[in-house]
Design a protein. Structure first.
Length: 589
């Protein structure tokens, strides 16, 4: 039985293919069309998933969509009428899109699919919940789903048992922890639905000096339920502003213009705003644990990508274990919809655990070599993996930034060792080097450590054998290890950990193991193989374009190593460069 899950028309469109209860393929459209957070129909991701599965659309048994558009339209209408006439601009902007595309979503999707197949619609937060619980290692668990907004629901919680999902509580629009975090993002001058990570990255550099004002903005109860005080927000009636003038008056400054200087005020806003979101999520988690009595927790929705909140939910409640799959945001709704149909609707037993995030396209060594030859690149081919890894580890030890391209592309926003930039976490200058010469982004942006799972407890305050494969938890770095790993230790002493195993990460694990044998350190920097404003690379051509247009020193792609670039390019510290990468061709494999 083949089931397709689709997510699109808001942001981060994606596709997942499930066959007989096993995930076959999953990918975001942005990786193929090179348009970050692409929201349109994911035609290339669909073509890839069908090709990876070796099937045509006619061989798909069920097609599911990750939300219920009519319910969402009802919410839009009620919101517009409740705030009329302030909502007139929203009405004018939204109505044509709904009338031509979203209102009759069945017809829209059938036209894109060139098929009259039935489309099944799954409630938004059920898609999220299914994407976490039904692929988790738990037979039963509490579930929390939180994001901006689905149809009406913004936060939901309940229990998963076997193949069944049961919500017992929810918070409805406009009261939303996701939209609160979006408001903080906008106030700091970052792009909403794109740069929330910047708030998390900036937060450790600040102090909680604005907590009293944030408690004025949002009323939080002991059980985690909350209400936004809507006089501080404009998102219910404005298409361009999230916060109101009253917000700016409360905090004493106007919204920061994009790309302008960041100062202590902005750092303190980021810190305080992050803390208020953590407070909400920890209180919800505590309430849900007491209500359900469960020892395991699954988290989904865009807020599930807030790594610090995730770790605190585990540390400060009676939950013993936590699971968040790597595409916790909207693209993961495609994954959840497919498994919800297979397990919860059709009542098939669960047989799959999502242990890794590598569900996208891969390329053979011959395809890699052909791409490099077509670009007249000079490269060395290594016939033995051992020699390839020893050479790569040596270059990392020498302070070089490695573009690492191996195996199947990751699903979700994190690079997990397939399309990664890898470097030496011991080098205190490495964070600034990568931010300035490679990423062309803000100097405060942190980098994550990849660590051998069996050694993680020696460097981070986490139990021995603890699993954190998706870079979604932020424990403390042991105090005596912070000087050893300065490039991945945040200003507050934490690190966004990815634990790596040979079973699930293969060559990437063996690279870190080789580096450990050479240096004694089982940790490397891992950040995504891309530049600011671009999606993570997908194809060998994407990788080569990024390599030659940035300060990446070496590219290790398949069994090939590329050290030379065409012409002389100086990527000095602090240099900024606008990079436009050509669109990747539809993948061959």
């Amino acid at each position: 039985m083949n089931i397709l899950g689709l997510s699109c028309y808001y942001h981060d469109g994606g596709v997942a293919l499930v066959r007989d209860g096993q995930l076959v393929a999953a990918a975001e459209e942005e990786r193929f069309n090179r348009k970050k957070h692409y929201s349109g129909f994911p035609e290339h991701a669909l073509a890839y998933c069908l090709k990876e599965g070796g099937i045509t659309l006619d061989e798909v048994d069920h097609i599911g969509f990750y939300e219920k558009p009519l319910t969402k339209f009802n919410r839009l209408l009620e919101t517009i009428l409740a705030d009329w006439p302030k909502t007139y601009p929203t009405w004018i902007k939204s109505l044509p899109i709904w009338l031509t595309q979203k209102l009759n979503m069945t017809k829209t999707l059938q036209q894109e699919l060139n098929s009259d197949r039935e489309i099944l619609f799954c409630q938004h937060h059920l898609s999220h919940a299914a994407s976490a619980f039904l692929v988790s290692p738990f037979r039963e668990a509490a579930i929390i789903s939180a994001d901006g907004v689905g149809e009406w629901t913004t936060t939901a919680w309940g229990v998963g048992r076997g193949v069944d999902l049961d919500f017992s509580g929810e918070i409805s629009f406009p009261h939303s922890v996701g939209l609160l975090f979006s408001a903080i993002t906008a106030y700091l001058g970052f792009r909403v639905n794109d740069a929330e990570w910047k708030v998390m990255g900036l937060a450790p550099y600040g102090k909680p000096t604005h907590m009293d004002k944030f408690h004025e903005v949002v009323d939080i109860r002991d059980d985690g339920s909350f209400r936004l005080r809507m006089e501080y927000f404009d998102f219910t009636h404005s298409t361009s502003r999230t916060i109101s003038r009253k917000w700016e008056q409360l905090f004493g400054r106007p919204q920061r213009p994009q790309e302008s200087e960041l100062d202590d005020f902005h750092r303190d806003i980021a810190h305080s705003g992050q803390k208020i979101v953590e407070e909400i999520m920890v209180k919800i988690a505590g309430h849900v644990q007491r209500e359900t009595g469960m020892k395991n927790l699954c988290v989904a929705g865009g807020v599930g990508l807030n790594c610090v909140a995730n770790w605190r939910m585990l540390q400060e409640t009676d939950f013993e274990d936590i699971y968040i799959q790597p595409a916790a945001g909207d693209s993961g709704g495609a994954l959840g919809t497919a498994f919800y149909i297979y397990n919860s609707v059709l009542k098939n037993e669960r047989s799959f655990v999502m242990r890794h995030g590598h569900w996208g396209p891969s390329f053979t060594d011959d395809e890699v070599a052909a791409t490099l030859k077509s670009n007249d690149a000079n490269f060395e081919v290594f016939d033995r993996e051992e020699a390839l890894l020893e050479k790569t580890a040596e270059m990392i030890d020498q302070g070089k930034v490695i573009g690492w391209f191996q195996g199947r592309l990751e699903f979700g926003p994190r690079a997990l060792g397939a399309r990664s930039l890898v470097a030496d976490a011991r080098n205190p200058k490495m964070k600034d080097i990568i931010n300035a010469k490679v990423k062309f982004r803000e100097a405060f942006r942190p980098f994550a450590p990849s660590v051998l799972k069996e050694r993680a407890h020696e460097y981070f305050e986490m139990p021995e054998g603890f699993d954190a494969p998706f870079m979604l938890l932020v424990p403390m770095v042991h105090k005596h290890k912070r000087e050893v790993l300065p490039a991945i230790t945040h200003a507050d002493g934490t690190g966004r950990v990815q634990t790596v195993t040979e079973e699930d990460n293969g060559r990437y694990y063996r690279l870190i193991k080789t580096f450990e044998k050479r240096t004694g350190i089982p940790v490397v920097i891992n950040t995504s193989f891309n530049v600011r404003g671009e999606p993570i690379v997908c194809t060998p051509q994407d990788a080569y374009n990024t390599f030659v247009n940035t300060g990446i020193d070496v590219m290790v792609i398949g069994n090939c190593v590329v050290t030379e670039k065409p012409g002389d390019v100086d990527f000095g510290a602090g240099m900024k460069r606008s990079v436009t990468l050509e669109s990747s061709s539809l993948i061959n494999r």
